[in-house]
Design a protein. Sequence first.
Length: 277
Amino acid sequence: MVSKFYSNAKINLALSINYQRPDSYHDISSIMQEINLYDIIEISKDNSNVINIISKGLKVPEDKSNLCYIAAKSFLEYYNIDGGVNIIINKTIPIGAGLGGGSSNAATVIKGLSQLFDIPITKDIFYNLSSKIGADVFFFYNGGIQYVEGIGDKITPLSPLLNGYYFLLVYPDIEISTPWAYNKYKKYLENHSNASKFVPLSDELDWSLLRNDFEKVVLSTYPEIMKIKNQLQDSGALFSSLSGSGSTMFGVYDNLESIRNISDSFNAYQTYEALPI
């Protein structure tokens, strides 16, 4: 029997890189919002002891480097499960785009295998498994909108303040490596190892308080992405920002008609309409 699971993307409404830790990881503060742009993950048991990865749609690696493979291997080993699984990734979320697609897929595999093998998984065990895969994976345990701190290990749910807002995502078909972005940002951390963190959103949205530190290195390196940001701002977006380390730029609007009126101006790029979850 094949089970299907939706694997949603996320955007970073804000992202502050605070300092680099002695273990080389970076301490961050971020406000992450799950959105209804998704991949579909199909999982089934296999009589062999093999984890099979099949990629459909946008192509991702089908070998042991795939985060879904790593997630499945971690789950099966943790629970001492004999046997293999088949995982089909129907990929829609753009790759290297700052939308957390790979991390979401890994989280979906862990939760999917929990259902498939009828093994309830606690938050602590999920964190234990996810922390070995990637920093954003733990966010997808609950999703929604959350304030994320540390290396992604400290998560605080926030009120759903973005209900009634709409997102236009613009992807310029540029893949940006997160390690590259962190490396380029090093020079901004040299003289302030204790940068101030964001104050979590409370009762009202103040767009002026939100920023993404990666814009300092990404927009200067990729003028095309800066052009997209300016276009979104000129189109009447309440707020526009890079998501994660990019390359997706998004605009926030208070009505869907505004997005549809300006979508044609981004015909040269891949665009996605999205809602908060």
